[in-house]
Write a protein that binds this ligand. Structure first.
Ligand code: ADP
Ligand code: MG
Length: 365
């Protein structure tokens, strides 16, 4: 078991990388604490698999070091790293039985036969594979095969970490939920560092204690699901997480006011003058309320969707589309209405990055 440190890590698949675009991973500095349940979340192509393969040793990074506790493993092969990895598509030996497949990683490491047998039974039970233990893997469904792959990843109790690379892609939707809960239970029981890669925010937020959000080869934020919701460090996190995502609007900031065109929005504190190409205001739809015309910022209502737990209005303000919550009891006549923004949840972004108290000063000097 180990704490995993990524130190100035960067990777380019092409030889002789020069520009930022040449890198699949830009510089990454990150520490995965021993025993954490992490999700690595980001859209397809942002570098998740590359990062995982560098941790497991399948890919050697162009620059930077990987450490397990104080041991530098950057130059060690996969076998010497004590990592279990579960891939997107099942990796099973078709000619072996399920039992033999599950036992394989232990047999390979010369674990005594009775201990192996006990452990295999245990894992099979957790994954609901007991009744197929003596069947050949070749005749099983894709779901079953992926459960065997998961089992092979989980069977070694001595690993430094288990890496899951979108492991539920081939799994039937109703089984997904169940397997995710199983993984969570296993995490609690085993105290092993788990890194779960996904592009699905629901999967990430339900599995993980800490979510690491990647965008374009870089880690843009690490936080609890609440932190990512309340205080997105980057506009990408704001609109990638949440449904609908955060509203992001170009604006101009003067002291404790932001201006969207000529409309003024109150901020919770004054800001120093911002020197940035792009200044934007971010607020989640949950904190924007639709009200009758005349109460707040004037908007044009396009439609109102009932999404079960709430009503969401799609509106337009100065030509910018926005999503807002429709409070119970509010009814809007015609398509003219107004918005009320909760200043405590209005964030300001400069070139995509959250302007914090530290970066911009709490009060204008
Ligand atoms: P993700 O897992 O988040 O979808 P990947 O790590 O697979 O992202 O890919 C990151 C980037 O690196 C993408 O632009 C992808 O095309 C590129 N890439 C991935 N694997 C290779 C490879 N073996 N050779 C060249 N480019 C690759
Ligand atoms: Mg991938």
């Amino acid at each position: 078991m180990a704490r995993i440190t990524l130190d100035h890590l960067a990777h380019a698949y092409k030889p002789d990388p020069r520009r930022a675009e040449d890198y699949a991973l830009k510089e990454i500095n990150h520490v995965w604490n021993q025993g954490g349940a992490y999700a690595l979340l980001g859209p397809s192509g942002c570098g998740k698999t590359t990062l995982l393969n560098i941790i497991s040793g399948l890919v050697r990074p162009t620059r930077g070091r990987v450490r397990f506790d104080d041991l530098d493993v950057t130059d060690l092969p996969t076998e010497a790293r004590n990592i279990a990895q579960v891939f997107q598509f099942p990796v099973v030996y078709d000619t072996m039985t399920v039992r033999e497949n599950l036992a394989f990683p232990l047999k390979n490491r010369h674990v005594p036969r009775d201990r192996t047998a006990r452990r295999v039974e245990e894992i099979a039970h957790l994954l609901d594979l007991t009744r197929v233990l003596d069947r050949k893997a070749s005749n099983l469904t894709a779901d079953m095969k992926q459960k065997i792959s998961l089992g092979r990843g989980l069977v070694r109790p001595d690993v430094a970490a288990i890496l899951f690379d979108e492991p539920l892609t081939v799994i039937d939707p109703h089984l997904k939920w169940q397997l995710r809960s199983t993984l969570k239970e296993i995490h609690r029981a085993l105290d092993i560092t788990m890194i779960y890669v996904t592009h699905d925010q629901t999967e990430a937020l339900t599995f993980a204690d800490k979510v690491v959000v990647m965008h374009d080869g870089a880690v843009v934020q690490t936080g609890t699901p609440d932190e990512l919701f309340e205080r997105p460090a980057h506009t990408f996190v704001g609109h990638f997480i949440g449904s609908p995502g955060m509203n992001i609007l170009p604006c101009r900031v003067e002291g404790a006011s932001a201006f969207i065109g000529s409309e003024r929005v109150a901020l919770k504190r004054p800001y120093r003058p911002l020197v940035a190409e792009r200044v934007e205001l971010g607020i989640r739809p949950e904190f924007v309320q639709l009200q009758p015309k005349g109460v707040g910022l004037p908007v044009h209502v396009r439609r109102i969707d009932d999404i079960g737990r709430a009503r969401i209005a799609r509106v337009e303000m100065n030509g910018h589309p926005l999503a807002a919550s429709v409070p119970d009891g509010i009814s809007i006549e015609g398509d003219e209405a107004s918005l009320v923004l909760d200043p405590r949840h209005v964030h300001i972004y400069a070139n995509g990055h959250l302007v914090t108290d530290e970066s911009a000063g709490g009060h204008a000097a």
